[in-house]
Design a protein around this ligand. Sequence first.
Ligand code: ATP
Ligand code: MG
Ligand code: MG
Length: 557
Amino acid sequence: APAPAANFIRNIIDEQNAAGKWGGRVETRFPPEPNGYLHLGHAKSICLNFGLARDYGGVCHLRFDDTNPEKEEQEYVDSIVESVKWLGFDWGTHLYFASNYFDTMYACAEYLIQAGHAYVDSLTADEMRAYRGTLTEKGKDSPYRNRSVEENLDLFRRMKAGEFPDGAHVLRAKIDMASPNINLRDPAIYRIKHATHHNTGDTWCIYPMYTYAHPIEDAIEHITHSICTLEFEDQRPFYDWLLDKLAIGGFFTRPLPQQIEFARLNLTYVVLSKRKLIQLVEEKHVSGWDDPRMPTLVGARRRGYTPEGFRRFTDQIGVSKSDGWIDYSVFEACQRDVLNDSALRRVAVLDPVRLIIDNYPEGQSEDCFAPNHPQQPELGKRAIPFSRELWIEREDFEETPPKGYFRLFPGNSVRLRYGYVVKCTGCDKDAAGNITAVHCDYLPDTKSGTPGADSVKVKGNIHWVSAAHAIETEVRLYDRLFRTAQPGQETGNFLDDLNADSVKVIRAQLEPALKDAAPEASFQFERHGYFVADRSDTRPGAPVFNRTVTLKDSWVK
Ligand code: ATP
Ligand code: MG
Ligand code: MG
């Protein structure tokens, strides 16, 4: 494999390794909150964290950041596990749940109180906000800020014991209400919440705040590099303050984990926010989390996107410190490149009309041979049956051809790919004037792969399947779920930009070799694009196909 491209995170690690900071150890984590399904943005973080661990001979933890009792469910845990595995990453024995650290987090909080670094505040939420100040105005000390250690400990223990209702008190770090960084103006670290937790049940009625819990989780797991998105940059001073105090208290040893921020993935034509994704599912704009149009990893999988395509994409876009937008076509191009290498070629007629070869004997058939992969001859050829009546694409015949049209029209000859040259003689129509069949004669000496194949030169080359041998199946042609690059940018409501024609369900005629396609097998349907056998709806002998991506970018402006 090629050496991974340098980026600023790798540079930091290389410098630290040269200085011997971690003794060569690289330990990262991917820390999802189990409150939704993973999306394409998460894939960037997964590939980054697991990729660093892989390249530096380290480990990456899969940690469920489940410190918030609300909205967290086992269904999400299971799906996250499956998606990270599907992307091709392995956490070994390093699967963790942050809620298993509640005891340590609580002990750390008592220590902070005893050391004079935390206090119980009893202001209301509104009062606390007013005391916090603004960017231009310093904060003010709460009247409860100078409570004694004894009073703080007593109140905190009674918070834990369930003596107070939600919101009555919070535990705050005691730092600096005049700090220019608002995150250092005595941030809340524990709040009262009488809620049942999916893992710890009703054991707790106080829960740590994310910004307090996360550094402790990292330190407990001996994480070296805690990589997160840019919006946490202003939290880094608190991250460092907290772990420094807890190291002094003997909870953790140095060197302490280092937070490093990178730019999140912003991708055009999709939405990457759990809130919006939930809305798409709940309001039934899509069929579910795994709808092939969803930018979730379960949706991507069902769409036929490949893990390798994801890895190629994240390698290509790199990691940086500045926010920007990546065009969806970049993602599609990576997927297309991977599928071009891996997908076997097959023939499918998506908009069938009958082609009758009048001079071919009725009831007769023969085999034509087509390569499974033109760039990989070692994958061999397969037989495609040929007979008197074929299905061809409706657009491959024109009664009155436009200029430059080289396919079938009366008097013109084309090659039936892998088969014979045929000369068009006319067509049949119904009473309404719709074409019901196209007629032709074949030139018996011109079969592909025989000495006479090149005796007749033609410009057109069309694909076909034998009507008597074809299998008819459902095929779904997907398009983008949104019409605009940044959904909701104009009106403020992303739903206004839904593409009303994002899926077309058709009945197609496929060559018989596709009959036994396994769920999740990907193919290139010649001239049409890449298609995958739907992992949910495919039955033995009865595949259903989803179009993953067209052969060329059809969205070029
Ligand atoms: P959302 O904002 O949609 O609710 P989140 O960031 O809260 O998502 P988490 O489950 O907390 O979701 O995310 C787990 C990890 O994935 C975090 O480390 C986060 O930084 C990373 N992540 C989430 N979204 C993106 C993105 N668009 N690009 C890169 N990394 C992301
Ligand atoms: Mg989050
Ligand atoms: Mg978020």
